[in-house]
Design a protein around this ligand. Structure first.
Ligand code: SF4
Length: 158
Protein backbone atom coordinates (compact mmCIF):
# COMPACT_ATOMS: atom_id res chain seq x y z
CA UNK A 1 0.00 0.00 0.00
CA UNK A 2 1.07 3.57 -0.70
CA UNK A 3 0.17 6.51 1.53
CA UNK A 4 -0.20 9.88 -0.20
CA UNK A 5 -0.79 13.49 0.78
CA UNK A 6 -4.51 14.22 0.58
CA UNK A 7 -3.91 17.49 -1.28
CA UNK A 8 -2.06 15.57 -4.02
CA UNK A 9 -5.10 13.34 -4.40
CA UNK A 10 -7.20 16.43 -5.12
CA UNK A 11 -8.78 17.07 -1.75
CA UNK A 12 -9.04 20.76 -0.90
CA UNK A 13 -7.20 20.52 2.40
CA UNK A 14 -4.34 22.98 1.91
CA UNK A 15 -4.12 25.92 4.31
CA UNK A 16 -5.89 28.16 1.80
CA UNK A 17 -8.61 25.67 0.87
CA UNK A 18 -7.07 24.54 -2.40
CA UNK A 19 -5.61 21.21 -3.55
CA UNK A 20 -2.38 20.23 -5.31
CA UNK A 21 -3.83 17.59 -7.61
CA UNK A 22 -1.40 15.14 -9.13
CA UNK A 23 -3.18 12.90 -11.66
CA UNK A 24 -0.99 9.87 -10.94
CA UNK A 25 -1.71 10.14 -7.22
CA UNK A 26 -5.44 10.39 -7.86
CA UNK A 27 -5.27 7.36 -10.11
CA UNK A 28 -3.44 5.37 -7.43
CA UNK A 29 -6.23 6.22 -5.02
CA UNK A 30 -8.95 5.26 -7.49
CA UNK A 31 -7.21 1.94 -8.13
CA UNK A 32 -7.10 1.34 -4.35
CA UNK A 33 -3.31 1.18 -4.42
CA UNK A 34 -3.08 4.20 -2.13
CA UNK A 35 -4.78 5.80 0.84
CA UNK A 36 -4.62 9.51 1.57
CA UNK A 37 -3.76 11.40 4.70
CA UNK A 38 -3.40 15.06 5.66
CA UNK A 39 -1.07 15.38 8.66
CA UNK A 40 -2.21 18.90 9.46
CA UNK A 41 -5.89 17.97 9.62
CA UNK A 42 -4.99 14.90 11.68
CA UNK A 43 -3.05 17.19 14.01
CA UNK A 44 -6.14 19.26 14.72
CA UNK A 45 -6.15 22.05 12.14
CA UNK A 46 -9.10 23.01 9.99
CA UNK A 47 -9.22 24.35 6.44
CA UNK A 48 -8.68 27.20 5.81
CA UNK A 49 -5.91 27.96 8.28
CA UNK A 50 -2.99 30.33 8.45
CA UNK A 51 0.16 29.49 6.53
CA UNK A 52 2.93 28.22 8.78
CA UNK A 53 6.66 27.72 8.41
CA UNK A 54 9.40 26.10 10.45
CA UNK A 55 11.61 28.60 12.24
CA UNK A 56 15.12 27.66 13.33
CA UNK A 57 15.67 24.52 11.27
CA UNK A 58 13.66 21.74 9.67
CA UNK A 59 11.43 18.86 10.72
CA UNK A 60 14.27 16.95 12.37
CA UNK A 61 15.09 20.01 14.46
CA UNK A 62 11.42 20.37 15.45
CA UNK A 63 11.37 16.78 16.68
CA UNK A 64 14.58 17.47 18.61
CA UNK A 65 13.00 20.53 20.23
CA UNK A 66 15.48 22.86 18.54
CA UNK A 67 13.05 24.53 16.08
CA UNK A 68 9.38 25.41 16.08
CA UNK A 69 6.47 25.71 13.67
CA UNK A 70 4.85 29.14 13.69
CA UNK A 71 1.87 30.61 11.87
CA UNK A 72 2.28 33.84 9.95
CA UNK A 73 0.57 35.75 12.78
CA UNK A 74 3.10 34.36 15.26
CA UNK A 75 1.17 31.55 16.97
CA UNK A 76 3.36 28.61 17.91
CA UNK A 77 1.69 25.51 16.43
CA UNK A 78 4.53 23.07 16.94
CA UNK A 79 2.49 20.70 19.08
CA UNK A 80 -0.23 20.34 16.44
CA UNK A 81 2.38 19.55 13.80
CA UNK A 82 4.04 16.94 15.97
CA UNK A 83 0.66 15.39 16.80
CA UNK A 84 -0.19 15.19 13.11
CA UNK A 85 3.15 13.56 12.39
CA UNK A 86 2.58 10.86 15.02
CA UNK A 87 -0.94 10.12 13.77
CA UNK A 88 0.36 9.89 10.20
CA UNK A 89 3.05 7.49 11.37
CA UNK A 90 0.38 5.33 13.01
CA UNK A 91 -1.63 5.31 9.78
CA UNK A 92 1.40 4.39 7.67
CA UNK A 93 2.28 1.55 10.05
CA UNK A 94 -1.33 0.36 10.16
CA UNK A 95 -1.54 -0.04 6.38
CA UNK A 96 2.03 -1.34 6.05
CA UNK A 97 3.05 1.48 3.74
CA UNK A 98 5.77 0.57 1.26
CA UNK A 99 6.27 4.25 0.54
CA UNK A 100 4.71 7.54 1.56
CA UNK A 101 4.34 10.22 -1.11
CA UNK A 102 4.14 13.68 0.40
CA UNK A 103 3.74 17.16 -1.04
CA UNK A 104 7.05 18.94 -1.45
CA UNK A 105 7.72 22.28 0.33
CA UNK A 106 5.14 21.84 3.10
CA UNK A 107 6.25 22.28 6.74
CA UNK A 108 4.60 18.90 7.39
CA UNK A 109 5.12 17.05 4.15
CA UNK A 110 8.24 18.46 2.47
CA UNK A 111 10.86 15.79 1.90
CA UNK A 112 13.73 17.71 0.29
CA UNK A 113 12.80 21.39 0.46
CA UNK A 114 10.67 23.57 2.75
CA UNK A 115 10.17 27.31 3.13
CA UNK A 116 12.86 28.99 5.19
CA UNK A 117 10.78 30.46 8.01
CA UNK A 118 10.74 34.06 6.79
CA UNK A 119 7.33 33.89 5.05
CA UNK A 120 8.91 35.41 1.96
CA UNK A 121 8.45 32.45 -0.38
CA UNK A 122 12.10 31.46 -0.07
CA UNK A 123 12.84 27.73 -0.10
CA UNK A 124 15.61 25.95 1.77
CA UNK A 125 16.92 22.40 1.96
CA UNK A 126 15.13 20.47 4.70
CA UNK A 127 12.23 18.21 5.47
CA UNK A 128 8.85 18.73 7.10
CA UNK A 129 7.87 17.43 10.53
CA UNK A 130 5.87 14.42 9.32
CA UNK A 131 8.55 13.40 6.85
CA UNK A 132 11.17 13.62 9.57
CA UNK A 133 9.20 11.39 11.93
CA UNK A 134 8.36 8.82 9.26
CA UNK A 135 11.99 8.56 8.18
CA UNK A 136 13.16 8.25 11.80
CA UNK A 137 10.89 5.22 11.97
CA UNK A 138 12.29 3.63 8.85
CA UNK A 139 9.52 4.57 6.44
CA UNK A 140 10.45 5.61 2.91
CA UNK A 141 9.19 9.08 2.03
CA UNK A 142 9.34 10.64 -1.43
CA UNK A 143 7.75 13.68 -3.03
CA UNK A 144 5.32 13.76 -5.92
CA UNK A 145 8.29 14.75 -8.07
CA UNK A 146 9.90 11.34 -7.49
CA UNK A 147 6.73 9.29 -7.86
CA UNK A 148 7.14 8.44 -11.54
CA UNK A 149 10.61 6.99 -10.99
CA UNK A 150 9.44 5.05 -7.93
CA UNK A 151 6.49 3.48 -9.77
CA UNK A 152 8.70 2.52 -12.70
CA UNK A 153 11.30 0.89 -10.43
CA UNK A 154 8.64 -0.90 -8.38
CA UNK A 155 6.91 -1.94 -11.62
CA UNK A 156 3.60 -0.55 -10.45
CA UNK A 157 1.32 0.26 -13.39
CA UNK A 158 -1.11 3.15 -13.04
S1 SF4 B 1 0.94 19.28 2.17
FE1 SF4 B 1 0.48 17.72 3.69
S2 SF4 B 1 -0.30 18.81 5.46
FE2 SF4 B 1 -0.37 20.22 3.71
S3 SF4 B 1 -2.44 19.99 2.88
FE3 SF4 B 1 -1.13 18.57 1.78
S4 SF4 B 1 -1.36 16.65 2.92
FE4 SF4 B 1 -2.10 18.27 4.26
Amino acid sequence: MIVVSACLAGFEVRYNGTHSLNETVRELLEQKKAVSVCPELLGGFITPREPAEIIGGDGDDVLDGAAKVVEISGRDVTELYVNGAHLTLMKAQEVGAAVVVLKEYSPSCGSAMIYNGEFKGVKAVGNGVTTALLRKNGIKVISEEELGDYLALAQIKV
